[in-house]
Ligand binder design. Structure first.
Ligand code: FES
Length: 161
């Protein structure tokens, strides 16, 4: 499928987009499958159940947009806030940058066992963010950035840093 430049830029994190158009140091890999996980494409505010204020994302866990993370192991990708969420336990939700460290894809995440998988080329990351599998061509990847979270009643606060 041919991507437009606009589509590429909206789905790719800025540092990787710069690398793509400036210094092309990332190596492409082959795609493994077509599976992708739940993705929230709402804009913040209104009935979306989340707000973004600078580096802070405030999420109403009682909003139906976040029913995917009500149970342990559930996950979702808030595409417009740039964050993946994973229910780790009753009292803990992990939050991660949804920008894949390999080539910047944000919208092709799913879970396989205990790992995040970016379906664009198949890199895998542990729930701690460590790169546990590089894609088939051997391109190296950094880890998946993990953010600080706190839960108070039905409110989740994600602090990007
Ligand atoms: S962009 Fe290549 S594995 Fe994610």
């Amino acid at each position: 499928m041919k991507q437009t430049r606009r589509h590429f830029l909206t789905q790719t994190c800025p540092s990787v987009a710069f690398a793509f158009f400036g210094l092309s140091f990332l190596e492409a890999c082959s795609k493994d499958s077509s599976a992708t996980g739940p993705t929230n494409t709402d804009q913040p505010g209104g009935d979306s159940g989340f707000e973004v204020n600078g580096n802070t994302i405030t999420i109403d866990l009682s909003n139906t947009n976040f029913s995917d993370i009500a149970s342990v192991g559930g996950y979702t990708n808030i595409l417009t806030a740039g964050v993946l969420l994973l229910r780790i336990s009753a009292n803990e939700i992990g939050a991660y940058d949804n920008c894949c460290p390999h080539d910047g894809t944000r919208n092709q995440w799913y879970r396989s066992g205990d790992n995040w998988v970016c379906d664009d080329h198949g890199n895998s990351f542990s729930s701690d963010g460590e790169n546990v599998r590089s894609c088939n061509s051997g391109a190296t990847s950094g880890g998946l950035k993990k953010y600080t979270t706190t839960i108070t009643n039905n409110t989740l606060i994600v602090t990007k840093s």
